[in-house]
Write a protein that binds this ligand. Structure first.
Ligand code: CAA
Length: 263
């Protein structure tokens, strides 16, 4: 891999987009390498992922403008699909993904962060969808996910005006969950990931699926999705051990990491 690094730290996998000369902009090769990296994650030994960008200036400064500049209509659509397919894989990935946004998150950078489950950022982070200034629409899910995350009115304002926002405003509108000094960001992401990794892994995966799938349908269907995923947790060793520890009032055991059990 030229542009993606992957490090395993216990139960947590850290994916770093590493193309600092272009502020980690997403060209086709980066997208392909990211896709292959996700395919290679060991789901039996990993419980959470962190996605970040190399360096202290940029998370991802967008899709690669040089590569896009000469595309035809058909090629533009295909490029959009290429990004969308990888981002959807990330969004529906069986494990929770935390975006540690360490600087510019513009265009495709804002969009990839929105495909993650949780976003936290450094105090120098800048978010935005500047595409209309380049004569295009957001093309890797921005028109869809931003509206779902911050509401249609705020999303339309950001997208129509192409105005970038700073970390504090991203926090205020609910685009990020928390803002940290740059040097504390990765530790905070790792701490959050470790907190997730301590929980019963089948239950965490089922929560992700229940929330994601439920948001796509009406409430009557959504609660049925929840019921099935709730039921799916029963008879697992995690459920037996988790509830058993509570009932036995065994605080030591309660704090123990329940080992991953295949269904
Ligand atoms: N694509 C390709 N190269 C990029 C890039 C991008 N999106 N963003 C930055 N770079 C490159 C620059 O061309 C420059 O390369 P050279 O050194 O070879 O000239 C290098 O990264 C450093 O960038 P700057 O010199 O511009 O750095 P700066 O600190 O002056 O500015 C910035 C930083 C404000 C982020 C500026 O680089 C910028 O505006 N980048 C473009 C942001 C953007 O418009 N993103 C949206 C892209 S469209 C998109 O993403 C579509 C979609 O939805 C799929």
């Amino acid at each position: 891999m030229e542009f993606i690094t992957y490090e395993q730290d216990g139960f947590v996998g850290v994916i770093t987009i590493n193309r600092p000369k272009a502020l980690n902009a997403l060209n086709s090769q980066v997208l392909e390498e990211l896709d292959a990296t996700l395919d290679a994650v060991d789901l039996n030994t990993t419980r959470a992922l962190i996605l970040t960008g190399a360096g202290d200036k940029s998370f991802v400064a967008g899709a690669d403008i040089g590569e896009m500049s000469t595309l035809t209509k058909a090629e533009g659509e295909a490029f959009g699909k290429k990004g969308n397919d990888v981002f959807r894989k990330l969004e529906t990935f069986p494990l929770p993904v935390i975006a540690a946004v360490n600087g510019f998150a513009l265009g495709g950078g804002c969009e990839i962060s929105m495909s993650c489950d949780i976003r936290i950022c450094s105090d120098n982070a800048i978010f935005g969808q500047p595409e209309v200034g380049l004569g295009i629409t957001p093309g890797f899910g921005g028109t869809q996910r931003l509206a779902r995350l911050v509401g249609a009115g705020m999303a339309k304002q950001m997208i129509y005006t192409a105005r970038n926002i700073k970390a504090d405003e991203a926090y205020r509108i609910g685009l990020v969950n928390a803002v940290y000094p740059q040097e504390e960001l990765m530790d905070a992401a790792k701490k959050m990931a470790a907190g997730i990794a301590m929980q019963a892994p089948i239950a965490v995966r089922n929560c992700k699926k229940a929330i994601n799938d439920g948001l796509d349908v009406d409430m009557d269907q959504a609660i049925v999705i929840e019921e099935k995923l709730f039921g799916d947790c029963f008879e697992t060793e995690d459920q037996r051990a988790g509830m058993g520890n509570f009932l036995e009032k065994d605080k030591e055991k309660k704090l123990k990491v329940v080992p991953f059990q295949n269904k």
